[in-house]
Design a protein around this ligand. Sequence first.
Ligand code: C2E
Ligand code: CA
Ligand code: CA
Length: 654
Amino acid sequence: MMNRAGREIFGISEQAGVRAHTWSSIGKASDAPKVDTAFESVRQGRSARFELTVRDVQNTERWMDVIAAPILNARGEPFRMLSIWRDITEAKRANEEVQEARYEAEAAAERLSAVLESTMDSVMLVDHFWKVRYLNENAKRLLRLREDAMGAALWQLFPREQRGLFAKKCRKAMKERSPASFEDYIASLDIWVEVNASPTEDGLSVFFRDITERRRAEEDRLLAQKQIAHMARHDMLTGLPNRLFFRERFDQALDRVLGKARIAVLCLDLDGFKVVNDTFGHPTGDALLRQVAARLSHVVSQTDTVARLGGDEFAIIRPLPEGAQAPSALAHRIVETLTEPFAIDNVTVVIGASVGIAFAPGDGTSAEELIKAADIALYRAKAAGRGTYRHFEPAMGAQLQAHQQMKLALRDALDRGELELYYQPLISIQSKKVSGCEALVRWRHPDRGMVSPDVFVPTAEETGLIVPIGEWVLKEACREAAGWPSDVSIAVNLSPVQFKSKRLVGVVAAALASSGIDPARLQLEITESVLLDESEHNLELLQELRSLGVKIAMDDFGTGYSSLGYLRSFPFDKIKVDRAFIRDLPSGKESLAVVKAVAGLGHSLGITTTVEGVETEDQLNAVNREGFDEAQGYLFAQPLPASEISKLITKELE
Ligand code: C2E
Ligand code: CA
Ligand code: CA
């Protein structure tokens, strides 16, 4: 209450706890206009409402909601004022706090959003219903989504991912309210992501980043590692396991051997591979090896391992359970399949194969021991005429050792003067006179006596010693022939290996020069293998030799690759039919056919025709009937030492 004139408060709510004050002492100075306005309203008979601040007994500021109303006298004029005070401090404060909280939340959201936008990560917030609630710019870009994706269900946006690892992990995180970190491939986007999903009040916050590049790099590295591991265990050319892998496979197989079970190791060697390689060139050789690998892989069974140990050496592991037979059938099939002609580019090549077989644990317990034993058996198979197979026998070891010793001894044979030349006459069928002599080398071994060239020439070819030996033969033969009548020619055998020596032409020229014989008297006997490939190089060498004035004879005709075509590839001066065809004359039909064909071809091409190995009159008559020019054989004379051949020639002249 207040008196009309003054500004005292007469009545006040207890709730406000405000003692009597003068109005002027209530509120702040700034409240004064509000109070004046309210008083003016009351004086005019209207009520008013306003807020003001007062200080309570603790001197704390409190907010008051004041309603002031006039109390009218009988005349209807305001004579007192009623004021109702309500303390609204708490309500006001609460309101301020709400405002504050809202402001704070807005600021925080703004800050968060700024952080989320500035992060390198992609951020997506989804609610409990998997509806997308927030995506930062990175997320939109990475997930290829636009603003309109907001509110859409995640699995509707990415239906393909519904059942993947990503979905599984996120569902679990949401359900169990535990964070999840993982990497996954998002097939629908073809990207790899690293994901951190954390549950929130409203659902799930998913942080992820694109790790495609890293994963691809890792995949590449893994692939490279795999490739390197593969390369370390495989032969690059054929793709077959190499020696290292072979050894591992063997050890594995050996670990599984129980009771009477065994492991067979087959080593094989290609007969004639070197010739193909040397004459057609390495690319052809490589192609041949690949085809050989393919054929081998075709003939083995699934439990076998085919490996290329190097060069033209291949090996096979065949586990043999108890009671299984020795793999003779496999060996036979290998020989058979590799003897079939190979078509490489435009050429057809024919090679052969020999196989050696050894067994673990009987012949050894390591891959190396088995390879060695099988190699010894292989060597025997080759010695037995190639195109066949042999099982290892302990005695073979000793024989191999003997072969090794021969190799060593042969190295010194030339220096020690242990080599000699024998001469076998060639008889002109018409005149029955010696038209020439063939030089045939012999090795007078200090312990073993006279060693046949059939035994040591292959070894000399193997070691390359045939080159110096061949040089010596040429020189020695020409020197010897210089003492014979000038119409007697001298034939010298040349090994295909000698064609690889750059000195061949020079050596022949030197032998002619130092002996002084007419080059036309020298006949060089070569075999078909020199021409097998029509190798340009060898043909050129033959031309060069021919240009020295010497004659070139094709030796052992009919034995090797046997093609009359070779006779057309070079203008030979002479064909010498191998003694294998003379042996079964006159009855052997096939031999007779060869003899007839050669005679006919010789006549038409103007080439001298010769036969070797004539031992009987019947054989001589048979070749005579075909019109051969020359014959050689025991019927006339065996190969003889130099002194005896001289006598034979001179005697004949008498
Ligand atoms: P080839 O060139 O075919 O020589 C003929 C071989 O047949 C010689 O054996 C000879 O003794 C033998 N022979 C001659 N007439 C008869 C006969 O009527 N019946 C039988 N059964 N055999 C007969 P040889 O001297 O043991 O030579 C064997 C092979 O060694 C030669 O075969 C030749 O390929 C090679 N050879 C010999 N000397 C040399 C040489 O100086 N250099 C080269 N590279 N190889 C040589
Ligand atoms: Ca010969
Ligand atoms: Ca021969």
